[in-house]
Design a protein around this ligand. Structure first.
Ligand code: GAR
Length: 196
């Protein structure tokens, strides 16, 4: 049986798209969860025929939000949770329940430019401000420390003269994120499948 995956999103969902297009062998995307209504990631799920739910973070307490999330994961019998541009930090109480069962993609070479407050374009703004010549992406397991869990895969990407945060973000996605995330999800899905 394939590993059942939930992809958690909050925005455009290009990493979700990369996972859909990868045609995973050991895993299948059984559910997409968005923390925001109306985002394009939901449209991507719909087009791919994947069930989706919106569990809004806005106006909800962390506890109530996580309670609903857990209920959805249970209902869809999810084995592996993939954070793909998911902008809500999960509590220790939540992450402790899923050891080595939550993955995150982060758009830098951890431990650079990571942790609370570093998400999306802000990561690339910080990299450019610091003047690094190499950046990249990291897929890691999620634990109670934001961006602090065990690293699974990393890929470096060159920073070029004249880069804007948007240009750099696009290069990191194309050259690193969209390749790395499917690879890591395949690896972990296979590991879970074998462990059953
Ligand atoms: C991606 O670059 C992802 O690495 C980043 O948000 C973007 C989401 O894009 N995640 C973080 O910064 C997490 N700290 P997408 O919705 O098109 O996949």
């Amino acid at each position: 049986m394939k590993t059942r995956i939930a992809v958690l999103v909050s925005g455009g969902g290009t990493n979700l798209q990369a996972l859909i297009d990868a045609n995973l062998q050991a895993g299948e995307i059984a559910l997409v969860v968005s923390s925001r209504p109306g985002v394009y990631a939901l449209e991507r799920a719909y087009r791919a025929g994947i069930p989706s739910v919106v569990i809004a973070k806005k106006g909800s307490t962390q506890e109530a939000f996580e309670e609903k999330l857990r209920a959805a994961l249970e209902e869809y019998r999810i084995d592996l949770i993939v954070l793909a541009g998911f902008l809500t930090i999960l509590s220790e109480d939540f992450t402790r329940r899923y050891p080595r069962r939550i993955l995150n993609i982060h758009p830098s070479l951890i431990p650079a430019f990571c942790g609370e407050g570093y998400y999306g374009l802000r990561v690339h703004e910080a990299a450019l401000a610091r003047g690094v010549k190499l950046t990249g992406a990291t897929v890691h397991f999620v634990n109670e420390i934001p961006d602090g869990g065990e690293i699974i895969l990393q890929k470096a990407v060159e920073v070029k003269d004249g880069d804007t945060p948007e240009i750099l973000q696009r290069r990191v996605m194309e050259q690193a994120e969209w390749k790395l995330l499917p690879q890591a999800v395949e690896l972990v899905s296979e590991e879970i499948r074998r462990s059953r």
